[in-house]
Design a protein around this ligand. Structure first.
Ligand code: FAD
Length: 559
């Protein structure tokens, strides 16, 4: 684990590097030329330069041994600079994951040390033309090569699609089917029979190299089978989803904030109808403040998940990673979209950058698991909890927040509790009427679960902030009072969404009989949720004042 001081220094070096090497004009030019700045990516991974990859390499292999919390903060910072470059760096992280999780001690030492000492760039080759969300459908094969009855190597044949760093990596981790099932292999560039296509012409992250790979009887030594045992590939991929999805969540967060941080100052200077846009409620309360609340709710969930990973939580935290990714990347996309609107016509041009950020952040709801796959993952897991606890799981969670509300009446925990109780009621209705036989209902539940749990997280984060117990590395852009107001805004929205959309889907799927809807509205707590909207405008006003520096801050901004 690295110290807060070292982390802050690394983040500052990253910002200084970006200011010098990747100013807006350079980013715009590279984006227009659709070019990956390989030299810059290499300098970022040069152990004698920025050496950003050292953060996630264990100390015994020459790195700093950073944890999930550190890597989340670095990923957020990289995304604020450029998501394409961030993706190029992350690809090494993803590419080395199967090694971190499943390799033998010798393989780990060899490859992770090379990433640390030589700045080796990796690519992560899982997706195929016919195997995207459903990796089980992969067709790339690795056939055993034997000598005297002993397996001495493998011959790989097949194709990979959409591989970040595909055309520039020094080494590749590749998922292929062995006779005992999917397995990861490591191969280096230049291997005979291995080739890559020209980079894809993409909508966004145009500074990232994305290419298809082809394997034509590519021989790899048996020592390149990760872990030395066949058939472990899908488990190894699954084992790190909690971690890797938190990183992509941080990308959504960083990109979303980077767009808002252009819209906010812009609106102080843009005069329309006699005054700056920043003073117009119809502007700030639609385009800026709600997006800030959604991003900070996602941050609360990310930080909690990263802390749990670093604390050695049991299991892969696959669902928590999925909720983090889902909330942060959807919020990041919405924030970037709203930022284009916030800049009006200027927002629609290259020069003002927000349209580039919007194109870039779009990828975060697709790669490392699409939003729909996240909804499915979340829903399936929490559905089991609902069944196991006979419908009590979310009522129990709600009671935790009711207790929090009794200690901290201003952090929105009462509204988070309303959201969680409503969620429990919707899920129980879905169980009784067997509504999860409709895939759409299952996935909509995933969305509502993510919102309700995030409302809880943000209220807990606001309470920790008020108690001075927030993780020392945590983002401190907002003080306790502002965080509490953000939490109240988000929890009101979450409660309303869960109850109203839950009601919609239960009725829409034929889950109740005629005449039962009034009773269901009552049991969902809809009247109470409507009453809880009181105070919303004044909270939106307060956050707008905070964002525009119109109130004194209660805590220091993080440098
Ligand atoms: C720029 C870029 C970089 C990438 N980098 C990498 C990389 O480095 N390594 C790598 O291995 N992969 C990479 N990918 C691949 C990425 O992870 C996949 O694109 C993603 O997992 C989705 O797979 P797919 O494109 O085949 O879409 P599909 O799986 O075909 O999905 C298409 C749509 O259908 C939905 N869908 C899919 N299954 C279901 C279902 N069961 N029920 C309901 N809806 C469903 C999806 O949510 C999506 O909206 C990258 C992709 C891009 C575009």
């Amino acid at each position: 684990m690295i110290s807060n001081k070292t982390l802050k220094l690394s983040l500052k070096s990253l910002r200084d590097f970006a200011k010098k090497r990747l100013p807006d004009e350079t980013l715009i030019e590279l984006d227009e030329r659709d070019e990956c700045p390989l030299e810059i990516v290499r300098d970022m991974c040069d152990p004698d330069g920025l050496g950003i990859q050292l953060l996630f390499i264990p100390e015994e292999c020459g790195g700093f041994g950073g944890g999930a919390f550190d890597v989340y903060l670095v990923c957020e910072e990289m995304a604020r600079i450029d998501l394409g470059v961030a993706t190029a760096v992350l690809a090494t992280f993803l590419g080395s994951d199967p090694i971190t999780v499943g390799a033998t001690p010798e393989q780990k030492k060899h490859w992770l040390s090379r990433i640390a000492n030589e700045g080796l760039l990796f690519a992560y080759g899982a997706t195929e033309p016919d195997a995207g969300s459903d990796l089980g459908a992969l067709r790339t094969t690795a056939d055993r090569v034997t000598q005297d009855g002993r397996v001495v190597g493998y011959k790989i044949n097949g194709n990979k699609q959409w591989i970040s760093n595909g055309g520039i990596a020094d080494a590749y981790t590749v998922l292929a089917n062995t006779p005992s099932g999917p397995s990861w292999f490591i191969l280096e560039k230049g291997a005979k029979g291995f080739s890559h296509d020209e980079p894809e012409d993409k909508h966004g992250i145009r500074l990232s190299n994305t290419a298809a790979l082809a394997f034509n009887d590519v021989y790899v030594d048996a020592a390149r089978l990760i872990g030395g045992v066949e058939g472990q590939g899908l488990n190894q991929a699954q084992a790190v989803f909690g971690y890797t999805r938190v990183m992509v969540a941080a990308f959504g967060l960083g990109a979303g904030w980077s767009a808002l941080d252009r819209a906010i100052p812009y609106s102080t200077k843009r005069i329309q109808a006699g005054g700056p846009l920043s003073e117009k409620q119809g502007y700030t309360h639609k385009l800026i403040v709600p997006n800030v609340a959604r991003l900070e709710a996602a941050r609360a969930y990310i930080e909690e998940t990263a802390e749990r990973i670093d604390g050695g939580a049991e299991g892969s935290l696959n669902t928590e990673g999925a909720i983090s990714k889902y909330m942060a990347t959807e919020a990041g996309n919405a924030a970037a979209e709203a930022s284009i609107q916030a800049l009006g016509g200027y927002g629609y041009t290259h020069e003002y950058m927000v349209e580039k950020i919007k194109r870039d952040v779009r990828i975060t709801t697709i790669y490392e698991g699409t939003s729909e796959i996240m909804e499915m993952t979340i829903s399936r897991d929490r559905w089991q909890l609902h069944l196991k606890t006979r419908g009590e799981h979310y009522h129990q969670q709600a009671r935790v927040y009711e207790e929090l509300h009794s200690r901290h009446p201003n952090v929105g925990a009462d509204n988070a509790a309303l959201a969680l109780h409503a969620l429990a009621v919707v899920m129980e209705k879905a169980r009784v009427a067997r509504l999860t036989r409709y895939q759409h209902i299952l996935l909509r539940l995933g969305e509502l679960i993510a919102w309700a749990e995030s409302a809880g997280s943000l209220s807990r984060r606001a309470a920790l902030m008020a108690e001075g117990k927030l993780n020392e590395k945590a983002n401190r852009r907002f003080d306790a009072k502002a965080l509490a107001a953000l939490s109240r805004i988000f929890a009101r929205e979450a409660a309303l969404k869960v109850a109203e959309e839950g009601l919609r889907w239960v009725i829409g799927a034929g889950g109740i009989n005629n005449g039962e809807s009034a009773a269901l509205e009552e049991s969902l707590g809809l009247p109470a949720i409507h009453r809880a909207q009181a105070g919303l405008i004044s909270d939106l006003d307060y956050i707008a004042d905070v964002l525009y520096g119109r109130v004194a801050k209660h805590a220091e901004l993080v440098a």
